[in-house]
Design a protein around this ligand. Structure first.
Ligand code: SF4
Length: 219
């Protein structure tokens, strides 16, 4: 039997050695407060995966720099923190087989969320919360394969909301989020915020999501 480093022998669940040995490309693992969307304000452990199949111009993640970690080491890192909630993010986490890691975490009582661009279908039952952030406002030819979930979160850059007419029915919550530019002034970011706020006021099935962690200057 193999144990995560912070588990005492006798208390750990029996794990599949293959699951524990599964390798993932990891940019970073950190503990912070979710700053956007439905779970805004709730502490989570973020597992940021390397690689993405898109290249959005506003992307704030250096997903090309990562290290290989096996699931056992990821468990050890995650279990250093008090939060029992995890967000798989990236890059695009669904470029990985998340089943082995999800099995290990679920057996330890973790609530698992994902933030994905929706270009890869997510297996049913693997996760507890699915947040899809489609990027078809910049990639009109990309097909969104994951068309159901808990949260649809769209970065608003002036695109018509009719883009999402076929998608909204599959999701319980709909968020519009202004694009935060870390090189712009507070006033310039505030203008993008005001434009998105005005759109939400006119389209009341959508809610405003702000990247509050960026406004606060935290991870
Ligand atoms: S899909 Fe997300 S991670 Fe990938 S390039 Fe776009 S913003 Fe970045």
């Amino acid at each position: 039997m193999t144990y995560a480093p912070c588990e005492r022998a006798g208390n750990a669940p029996t794990d599949d050695p293959g699951d524990l040995a599964t390798k993932y490309n990891i940019v970073e693992i950190f503990h912070s407060v979710q700053g956007e969307g439905f779970h805004n304000g709730i502490p989570h452990v973020f597992i940021r995966f390397g690689r993405c199949n898109l290249r959005c111009e506003w992307c704030d993640t250096n997903f090309d720099e990562y290290e290989s970690m096996n699931a056992l080491d990821i468990l050890g890192e995650v279990m250093k923190y008090p939060s029992k909630r995890i967000i798989f993010t990236g890059g695009e986490p669904m470029l990985n087989d998340l089943w082995p890691l999800s099995r290990l975490l679920k057996r330890r009582g973790y609530h698992l969320s994902i933030e994905s661009n929706g270009t890869v279908e997510i297996p049913e039952g693997m996760l507890d919360w699915i947040c899809i952030s489609p990027k078809d406002q910049v990639y009109p030819n990309i097909t969104i394969k994951q068309r159901t979930g808990d949260e649809l979160k769209c970065v608003y850059v002036g695109q018509p909301l009719s883009l999402y007419d076929d998608l909204v029915a599959g999701f319980r919550h709909h968020f519009l989020q202004p694009c935060y530019d870390e090189h712009a002034s507070v006033e310039e970011n505030g203008r993008a915020f005001a434009i998105t706020e005005a759109v939400v006021k006119e389209h009341t099935t959508w809610r405003l999501s702000l990247q509050t962690h960026k406004w606060m200057g935290i991870l």
